[in-house]
Design a protein around this ligand. Structure first.
Ligand code: TPP
Ligand code: MG
Length: 460
C-alpha cells in the first residue's frame, strides 16, 4: 500500500470498511433470528471494493449498487437503519416494506439508483444518467458495479459499447470475485484479466488488487477524474474473492480449501489495519474507539429497525400502479429553462460524410471506391475509355460484388423462376460479377463505380 492520502481519508476508509462488515455481521444474526425477509447476500472479504470505489465519488455524483455493495451505500450516506429495515421489509424502510435486500434508491438527495436484478442492465441505465448529467452541464460521474459472471451478459457489452461511443462520464467496477454462483471464473471467460474486455470498446481500463483499499480508492479516483474530464467511460477490474456462498442458503462447498485459505489470509480489513499501524495512523486506543463507535451506532440503528412496524395489510394494494401526484410527482424536473435544454432545429443535410472515407487506398492498391454520400442517382451508360479502366487487382472482388449488388437491376431469370429455384441459381447470378467487368466513373467529388450493362450482358 502506497501512502498518498490525508490522515482523515485513511481513517474514513477504515471506518467505512469496519462499518460495512459490522452491518453485515448484524444482518447474519437477524437472518438467523428469522427477522430478514428474503435472501441475504454477503460482501465478506470484498469491503475494500465497495468502500474504496464509492469513496472516490463526490456528493453530486451518482451510483447504483449491486448485491455486494452495501459498503458503497454507507459511504454515500445511507443510514444503517435503512439497510436493516429494507432487509426486514419494515414499513419505515425506503420501499415501505415492498422490496428486499438493497433494492432501493434515493434520486432526490443521495443520487442512488436502485439496483436492477437482471445482471448488466444497470450499465446502460447509468450510462444514461451520466449522459443526462453532461447534457445538463452538471459535471457528474456515474458509477456502478458488475460481477465476473455479469460481465458475460449481452447487456454488459451493449451497455459498455454505448457508453464508449457516447463518451459517457461513467465508471464501471468489475468485481472479479472468482465465482458466479458455483461457476469459477475460468469456466466462464477465457481471459486472465477481465479488464481486457475494455479493449473491445476502445476504452481505458485498470486491473487492481481488490483487497487493498488504498489501491482501489486511488485507482477509482483517477478513473473518476478522467471520466469527469471528458475521457469517456473507464472499466476497473478488481480482483477479490467471495468468501461466503452466493447467499445465505449456499454453503459453497465447491470452493477449494486452498483457495479459501489464500484469500482469508488476505482479509482486506486485517491488511489495512497492518498498514495503518505501521504508518502510525492506528493504535490500540483508536481501534477500540472505532469498535465502540460502531457498536453504539449499530445497536441504536438495529433497535430503530426492530421497533418499526410491518406494513399494514391494506397497504399491499397501494402504490402498485402510479396514480400521479398522490403517488409521486411525475413532472420532469428541469434544472434549466426548457428552451435552454431543447436542442436546436437540425441544419444537417441528410448525407453522411465520413472523413477520409473514399480517399484512402483499397486493399488491392487502388483508391477505395465507395463514397456513400456522393453516389450518383442516374444510370451512366457512357463507355469508359480503356486506359481509365482499373486493372483486375485494383477493385477487390468483395468490393466489386457490393457495388454490383447496389447497382444491378433484377434479371429476367430471377423474376421467372420459383423462389427455391431462384435461390439455387443465385450463385451464378450477375451479383457474382468478376471484378474485371467493372469500370470506375470519374466524378468531380469522388470515385464512384458503376457496372456497365453491356459488359454484364456479354458475360451471361
Ligand atoms: C441476466 C441475469 N442472469 C442470471 C441472473 C441470476 N443471477 C443472479 S446473481 C448471479 C451470479 C452472479 O455472479 P457474478 O456476476 O460473478 O456476481 P457475484 O455474485 O459473484 O457478486 C446469477 C447468475 C440474473 N440476476 N440476471
Ligand atoms: Mg462473481
Amino acid at each position: 500500500m502506497k501512502k498518498e492520502l490525508t490522515r482523515q481519508q485513511y481513517l474514513d476508509l477504515y471506518y467505512f470498511m469496519r462499518l460495512n462488515r459490522a452491518v453485515e455481521d448484524m444482518m447474519v444474526k437477524l437472518f438467523r433470528q428469522n427477522k430478514i425477509v428474503g435472501g441475504l447476500y454477503s460482501s465478506l472479504g470484498q469491503e475494500a471494493v465497495s468502500v474504496g470505489s464509492a469513496y472516490a465519488l463526490e456528493k453530486k455524483d451518482w451510483l447504483a449498487p449491486m448485491i455486494r455493495n452495501i459498503g458503497a451505500l454507507l459511504v454515500k450516506g445511507v443510514p444503517p437503519r435503512d439497510i436493516f429495515m429494507q432487509h426486514m421489509a419494515k414499513y419505515d424502510s425506503p420501499t415501505k416494506g415492498k422490496d428486499g435486500t438493497s433494492h432501493f434508491g434515493d434520486l432526490e438527495n443521495l443520487h442512488i439508483v436502485s439496483p436492477i436484478s437482471m445482471l448488466g442492465d444497470l450499465i446502460p441505465v447509468m450510462t444514461g444518467v451520466a449522459m443526462a448529467g453532461r447534457y445538463l452541464g452538471q459535471k457528474i460521474v456515474a458509477m456502478t458495479w458488475i460481477g465476473d459472471g455479469g460481465s458475460s451478459t449481452g447487456v454488459f457489452h451493449e451497455g459498455l459499447n454505448f457508453a464508449a461511443v457516447q463518451k459517457a462520464p461513467f465508471v464501471l467496477v468489475l468485481e472479479n470475485n472468482q465465482w458466479a454462483y458455483s461457476t469459477p471464473v475460468k469456466r466462464q471467460v477465457p481471459l486472465e484479466n477481465l479488464a481486457d474486455r475494455a479493449k473491445a470498446y476502445g476504452i481505458s481500463s485498470y486491473t487492481v488488487d481488490g483487497n487493498d483499499v488504498v489501491a482501489v480508492y486511488t485507482t477509482a479516483k483517477e478513473a473518476v477524474d478522467r471520466a469527469r474530464n471528458g475521457e469517456g467511460p473507464i472499466l476497473i477490474e478488481v480482483k477479490t474473492f467471495r468468501r461466503l456462498g452466493h447467499a445465505q442458503h449456499d454453503p459453497a462447498e465447491y470452493v477449494p480449501k486452498e483457495m479459501r485459505a489464500y484469500w482469508e489470509a488476505r482479509d482486506p480489513i486485517l491488511l489495512y489495519e497492518k498498514f495503518l499501524t505501521s504508518e502510525k495512523l492506528l493504535d490500540a486506543k483508536s481501534k477500540k474507539e472505532t469498535d465502540e463507535k460502531i457498536e453504539k451506532l449499530l445497536s441504536a440503528e438495529r433497535d430503530f429497525a426492530e421497533n418499526s412496524p410491518m406494513p399494514p395489510a391494506e397497504f399491499a394494494a397501494h402504490g402498485v400502479y402510479c396514480t400521479g401526484d398522490d403517488c409521486h410527482k411525475v413532472a420532469p424536473k428541469w434544472d434549466r429553462p426548457l428552451a435552454e435544454v431543447t436542442p436546436p432545429k437540425s441544419s444537417v443535410t441528410a448525407v453522411w460524410t465520413v472523413t477520409g472515407f473514399g480517399s484512402g487506398k483499397a486493399s488491392g492498391g487502388g483508391s477505395a471506391p465507395i463514397h456513400f454520400g456522393d453516389t450518383q442517382k442516374h444510370e451512366d451508360k457512357t463507355e469508359v475509355p480503356q486506359d481509365q479502366k482499373p486493372k483486375d487487382s485494383e477493385v477487390p472482388e468483395a468490393v466489386a460484388e457490393t457495388i454490383e449488388a447496389r447497382t444491378a437491376k433484377p434479371t429476367k431469370i430471377a423474376a421467372k423462376v420459383p423462389m427455391n429455384a431462384a435461390t439455387k441459381v443465385s450463385s451464378k447470378s450477375p451479383v457474382k460479377t468478376p471484378a474485371k467487368k467493372i469500370a470506375p466513373k470519374k466524378s468531380a467529388k469522388s470515385a464512384v463505380v458503376h457496372a456497365k450493362p453491356a459488359a454484364r450482358k456479354a458475360r451471361r
